[in-house]
Every structure is written in structure tokens, then in C-alpha cells.
Design a protein around this ligand. Sequence first.
Ligand SMILES: N[C@@H](CCC(=O)N[C@@H](CS)C(=O)NCC(=O)O)C(=O)O
Length: 257
Amino acid sequence: MSFEYVDFNEAKNNQGLRLVVVQGIPSPWSEAAKGILQVKSIPFSAVYFDPFNKEMTPWSGSTSAPSAVYNDEAPVSDWKDILALAERLNPSPSLVPNNLEERQKMMEISAKICAPEGLAWYRRLEGVHKGLTGEPGGFPEMVAKYLAQKYGYEKEKGPEYGACANKILHSLAEQLKEQKSKGSRYYIGNSLTAADVYSATVMACFQPLPQEQCAMLNYIRPVFEALDPNMAAALDPILIEHRDAIYQDYLSLPLSL
Ligand SMILES: N[C@@H](CCC(=O)N[C@@H](CS)C(=O)NCC(=O)O)C(=O)O
């Protein structure tokens, strides 16, 4: 299912579901939100997040992206709230298991990827640290400064960020291997859940899809591709195999950034 981009005024004046997304970067939270809506065939229009547009934040309810604004309801921007909104707008196919234990496990894995102090969070701070300390593979300095003040960068923790991300990569790979040994290619049970979508989309921060499929800003690609030896070792091939299978079977390519 495809979607179209509209400008801010059109988005504001429209009804239905409007999704504010990051432009030119496969930002995991934005790509996961698009993916979840597409898997569930929920129509939406997308609008690019503009941190300089003073009218955008009061409307979207967030200083970041994504945000989902449905009709005249209060906007939602937390990944859990966007998932809950999608489940409400179209319960089927459900990306949240019915079984309580499986649901808890699914939310636990998803939080490891999306929550503050999760995988995407630490990977971003790792790139910020490298950018601010002049190490290769970091965000350009201006971007690093912007992200540092916005997303909780602490200089003294700089060297730990990569190790924290690696630990999570390791636990995700372990979960996929355990599932594989039971004959499943999904994180939970035997069918697609939101955890699969979050994992597939966050891999862009470690091994983005080729430019033909993921036409991202040229100064961000080297940052997302930069892997020090520990991170390269933590990025188990099963994570990329899983990503490729989920994109092939459920998500849209090329990405629309
Ligand atoms: N709202 C998300 C987090 C969203 C987020 O961190 N968005 C970043 C992605 S890099 C963003 O909008 N960055 C662009 C900016 O801050 O200008 C959540 O559920 O925690």
C-alpha cells in the first residue's frame, strides 16, 4: 500500500490519519510507523517533520518525529501509542499477540529497540559521541550538536554507548536464533508482530539497504554504515537475514523517504 506526502498546511487542514515523519533518513521510528500502517492497510498521508516550523509542534504534539494525528484526536508520538492507534484503526492483521505472555515478550523486545536507552537510542548517541570527538563514523558536527542537546548525550558516557547497543544486538540475535531452532523466522510465535517491524527498520542504522532501495541523505549514510569491530561482530547475520525477509514479504521497497 502506498502513501503520499502532503505539505504541512494540507496535512493540518485534512482529516483522516496524518503521519509526521523524518525526511531523507531511514529513521527507525518513522519507518516502523509507516511499515505498521502499510502492513495493516491503513490509509494515511505523510508530512515531513520540520523542526523550524513553529506551528508544527503544537499540532503534532511532539518536537520529534513520528507523530500520528487522527482526525481531531490528540496526536500521539510514542511508538507504543502509534502501535495502539494502528491496532484500533484496523485490528486485522494484528501486530500484537493476543496471548498475554507473548504480548509481554513482544513489548519487551520492541522496547529494547525503540525506547529511550534502547538500541536506536544508543546507536544515535554513539554517532553523536563520535561526531563531537572527531572519531570517524560520527554525525557531522552540527548534526551531532543538535542531537546531543535533544536526546540526552552525556560526554562521560560516550565510550559506553556502542557497548550498550552491542548488548542489545546480541540479545535480539539470540532471540531470533532461539525462534529459528523452533522453526520460526519471527521474533514471537509463528507470525509477524510489531517487534519484527521494529527490528527490520532499526537495521537501517547499522547496515542500510542499498541507495536504490533507500535513497537517504549522502552525509548520513556513512554514519549509519560505520561499524567498529565490536559492533560489526555484534551485528549477527541473522539480524540482516530477518530484516531482508520482513522487507521482502511485508514492507514496501524502495523506501519512500
Ligand atoms: N517518539 C519516539 C522517538 C522519536 C525520535 O527519537 N525521533 C527522532 C528520530 S532520529 C527525530 O525526530 N529526529 C529528528 C529531530 O530531532 O529533528 C518514541 O516513541 O520514543
